[in-house]
Design a protein around this ligand. Structure first.
Ligand code: FEO
Ligand code: CA
Ligand code: CA
Length: 558
């Protein structure tokens, strides 16, 4: 059964919320979903969902995607799967976004998936452990293969009989890679170019109100290094980990941006106005006058969170970038014209944006413990930010920060910030990363304890075992509890949670299973148990009564 938006709203009004107003955020759009289409449930179906208990999974170190009762999964696509006769799915899938091709059919659409980075042992047959100075032994062929395996994929998928499948060779299917030309959405060139080569380090992302994908370049310095400046403002190049700059002369300044991709054409652009740093994500809110506010965090120790407020409708170029002063609850403008401290240091606004971290520190922005994902609560409009950890400050477990903009106005320049949930044994999670609100406003969260630190008897993470997926219910007796509902295979991280528009599927990335493998003959994980026994990152579709319970029922338990 299909519902259009008007029918959906009337269904909500009749069946559940009565005199309660439908929250404006829920019926507009959130980062979680471009549209809201729910199937109507019979009284018996609703009772069945209501009777279903949510069981907290025990922490597990099993090499499998373990799910709590009421959930099932199937693999939608995995590394190396053909999406067309020409292209295949890249490595280390992270952010996922699904946009239906038609608003009234939630079962057929375009899936965007980030490919964040590569493990050369699997991708290019190069073992960093074999050499004392590995970068001296790299070849262009290896680097070319790695460049293909990062970026993103657009794939048409369809659900039939409860299973999502790739429509192979659909004309929309394409790869964006580290070799795809991408134009800069800016009036001046950067390092002499207005179109640059490729995107990589694509971690999390977002969706725009005009239904395009946003993919964020995070740890870009791993591939072409970084330009750093001394006290006299003299630049030097810090080499990368993967050594691509030894084969391609692409300046680091071309990376570290928010990239927008048109789902239908694959055309991409980099948004310079949103600043350059290790962007984890980009979460947009559309104001009544169609201007947009974009929240984005810099996932590095002691870095910052930012927001961009556009001055024109639907622009990610015209406007002002601000950085958060958490202590004083102020958004500080990274504006060369009006900030003397920035005029003294940088030659123009372009340089301020390229060196946003330095500019933020000059303004007195608050250093944070690795800001990861940011999501907007669809019911209250509060902004939630994962602060994953900060070893340098002995914060091993991280927390979730809540930001309340003054008067609830997204374009406010003052706010209040408090801790929503602290990581640690009491709450049962460590190192929060991706966040997603479902259609009823329950908060879902993944964890990202690093592979080298997980399950180590002498480390802080032993009680938590493998990385996991959690839900924090909004209503009912479990409201506010952090409940583990999935446990990842060995060494893996669960990323990119995204709900289908009908609230029946949770798409999820299983990233870097078997990452600690030193020898391909003895991988630390074999998930997803392919014939070759090589672990493979994959996108799964999680379905089942529990997904439906949260998306449908909790709305009416209120
Ligand atoms: Fe790629 Fe910050 O996680
Ligand atoms: Ca992340
Ligand atoms: Ca992470």
């Amino acid at each position: 059964m299909k519902y259009n938006r008007r029918q959906f709203i009337s269904f909500l009004g009749k069946a559940s919320l009565g005199s309660v107003l439908i929250p404006p955020y829920l019926i507009s759009f959130g980062n979680s979903n471009p549209s809201v289409l729910l199937e109507k449930k019979s009284a018996d179906q609703l009772k069945e969902l209501k009777d279903l208990r949510v069981l907290n999974l025990l922490a597990s170190d099993k090499d499998d995607l373990v799910l709590t009762k009421g959930l099932d999964y199937h693999t939608v696509i995995k590394w190396g799967d053909k999406i067309s006769d020409r292209d295949y799915f890249g490595f280390n899938n992270d952010f996922i976004c699904f946009i239906p091709l038609e608003d009234d059919n939630p079962k057929d659409g375009l899936l965007w998936v980030n490919h964040e980075y590569v493990n050369p042992l699997f991708v290019s047959d190069f073992n960093f452990n074999d050499y004392e100075n590995p970068l001296q032994h790299r070849t262009k062929k290896q680097v070319d293969k790695e460049m293909y395996n990062v970026g993103g994929s657009i794939v048409r998928i369809r659900e039939e009989n409860g299973r999502w499948q790739v429509v192979k060779n659909d004309p929309h299917n394409r790869r964006i890679t580290a070799k795809t030309p991408i134009r800069l959405n800016w009036d001046s060139s950067i390092k002499g170019q207005t179109t640059v080569i490729g995107t990589h380090s694509n971690c999390s992302g977002g969706i725009t109100p005009w239904k395009t994908f946003l993919t964020c370049e995070e740890n870009y310095d791993n591939f072409y290094g970084e330009t750093v400046y001394d006290e006299k403002n003299m630049p030097t190049h810090v080499p990368s980990r993967y050594g691509w700059e030894n084969f391609y002369n692409h300046p680091p300044e071309h990376y570290g941006w928010v990239v927008e991709v048109d789902p239908k054409t694959g055309n991409a652009q980099k948004h310079i106005a949103l600043g350059r740093f290790a962007h984890e994500c980009c979460t947009l809110h559309e104001l009544k006058d169609k201007r947009v506010v974009a929240y984005t965090g810099d996932d590095t120790n002691n870095e910052h969170i930012y927001k961009f407020i556009s001055s024109k409708p639907h622009s990610l170029k015209d406007g002002t970038l601000y950085v958060a002063d958490i202590e004083n609850g102020k958004w500080l403008a990274l504006d060369w014209e009006s900030q003397p401290v920035l005029r003294n240091k940088f030659k123009d606004q372009t340089e301020v944006l390229i060196r946003a971290r330095e500019a933020a520190k000059l303004l007195g922005a608050t250093e944070l413990n690795r800001p990861e994902d940011i999501e907007i609560d669809p019911i209250t409009g509060n902004i939630f930010v994962s602060l994953t950890n900060n070893y340098s400050k002995k914060d091993f477990f991280g927390s979730i920060l809540k930001i309340e903009e003054d008067q609830g106005a997204f374009d406010a320049l003052t706010f209040k910030a408090t801790t929503f949930k602290a990581g640690g044994e009491k709450n049962g999670f460590a190192c929060p990363d991706n966040l997603a609100f479902d259609l009823a406003g329950n908060l879902w969260m993944t964890s990202d304890m690093s592979g080298s630190a997980m399950n180590k008897a002498d480390g802080p993470y032993m009680p938590f075992k493998n990385n996991s997926l959690f839900v924090i219910p909004r209503h009912g007796k479990d409201a506010g509890r952090v409940i583990r509902v999935a446990s990842a295979p060995v060494d893996a991280e669960l990323t990119g949670p995204w709900f289908s528009p009908d609230g029946k599927t949770l798409f999820l990335s299983v990233q870097h299973p078997g990452e600690q493998t030193k020898d391909l003959n003895h991988p630390t994980s074999k998930w997803p148990f392919d014939r070759d026994n090589i672990p493979k990152p994959a996108v799964v579709a999680i379905t089942g009564k529990l997904i439906e319970k949260f998306n449908h029922l909790n709305r009416i338990e209120k």
